[in-house]
Design a protein around this ligand. Structure first.
Ligand SMILES: C[S@@+](CC[C@H](N)C(=O)[O-])C[C@H]1O[C@@H](n2cnc3c(N)ncnc32)[C@H](O)[C@@H]1O
Length: 317
């Protein structure tokens, strides 16, 4: 069933194609037993919106410059016929984890199983102490290899409060311990499905300003951009994924990147909050509103459905 949306440019009601129209031509015959899905819980993750955020037909070379959990990448991988993907983020921990899942999944699973065995046998106080010991081991302070770094990140992501990856101004992960009774930490089948999906992907720690060059170098034909959202009020948006934050100036530079992509003939879709700044930055493109369930609000009563914007350069699709 198609969802409706209102075009901010034309004011017309239009339909954003949903799942059946999403299918990218030539779906591969042999599907893996398990569909790949994000291996980290990530604030702003798009797992529940992938059917609404339909890509154009025939995507072959995809780029995601704010990859986070990578919900859109896995969706395209599972439903389409991707021949290549460029996945970038500025968060070093998440990029390291992607690389390790891609190239050293066996060692990673072994390291996570060790965390799982040690952690689950402890009582509540012991688990808490274990969590803070692992959290204190900053990957840059210690002589850790990439497998240990990735295992640390995934262990913390599965056991911290709400799965929230938040960094302070000096780039240190600072989310407190969560209280899950029996968290699955190693998740071998899920990691193996991601490992398969990531074969052939290019994974880079890059700022989004590098995107036009990367798109050119890799012959990218479609980009999905999911930046930290511009706050609709002083306290509304979470954007502490990494130490730098993301301000109005970053949003403006991102809009310039989209203009450049458009001039290169690359199709794009961007998600952001429904606010004045984003409307004005993307006036020249096709802007639609969608309804999205938001989970990040410190007040439970304020979690719920809000409108978000989807920006596309439809004349290129
Ligand atoms: C809204 S999240 C993306 C969520 C993702 N679409 C998903 O499904 O999980 C935004 C991401 O942008 C990254 N980020 C923040 N500033 C960035 C920058 N300047 N360049 C590239 N990535 C950045 C953050 O680390 C975070 O992973």
């Amino acid at each position: 069933m198609a969802k409706t949306s209102i075009s901010a440019r034309t004011g017309r009601l239009s339909a954003i194609p949903s799942a059946p129209n999403l299918r990218v031509v030539g779906a591969p015959e042999a599907k893996p037993a398990r569909q790949a899905a994000p291996f980290v819980k990530w604030v702003g993750g798009k797992a529940r919106l992938t059917d609404v955020l339909a890509p154009p037909p025939g995507v072959r070379r995809f780029a995601e410059p704010f990859v986070g959990g990578g919900a859109m990448f896995y969706h395209l991988h599972n439903t389409g016929d991707l021949q290549g993907a460029v996945l970038c983020d500025v968060n070093r921990d998440v990029v390291t984890a992607y690389r390790v899942v891609q190239t050293q999944v066996d060692a990673l699973i072994t390291a996570l199983q060790l965390h799982e065995r040690r952690y689950l046998k402890l009582d509540a106080a012991g688990r808490k102490a274990y969590f803070y010991r692992v959290r204190a081991r900053h990957p840059m302070d210690h002589d850790m290899d990439d497998v240990e770094r990735a295992a640390r990140m995934l262990y913390l992501n599965r056991t911290c409060f709400n799965g929230l990856w938040r960094e302070n101004a000096s780039g240190r992960f600072n989310t407190p311990h969560g209280r899950y009774a029996n968290p699955r930490i190693a998740r071998e089948p899920e990691l193996r499905a991601c490992h398969e999906a990531l074969q052939g992907a290019t994974i880079l720690e890059r700022d989004f300003r590098m995107l036009p060059k990367l798109a050119r170098d890799h012959g990218v034909d479609y980009v999905y951009l999911d930046p930290p959202y511009h706050p609709i009020s002083a306290t509304s948006a979470f954007n502490a994924y990494s130490r730098g934050g993301f301000g109005a100036r970053d949003q403006a530079e991102l809009a310039e990147v989209c203009v450049e992509l458009d001039q290169m003939g690359v199709r794009f879709m961007l998600s952001n909050s429904d606010c004045e700044l984003i409307h004005s930055l993307y006036e020249r493109f096709d802007v639609s509103q969608i309804h999205a369930a938001r989970a990040v609000n410190c007040k439970a009563g304020k979690r719920g459905k809000v409108t978000e914007l989807v920006v596309r350069n439809l004349h290129r699709w």
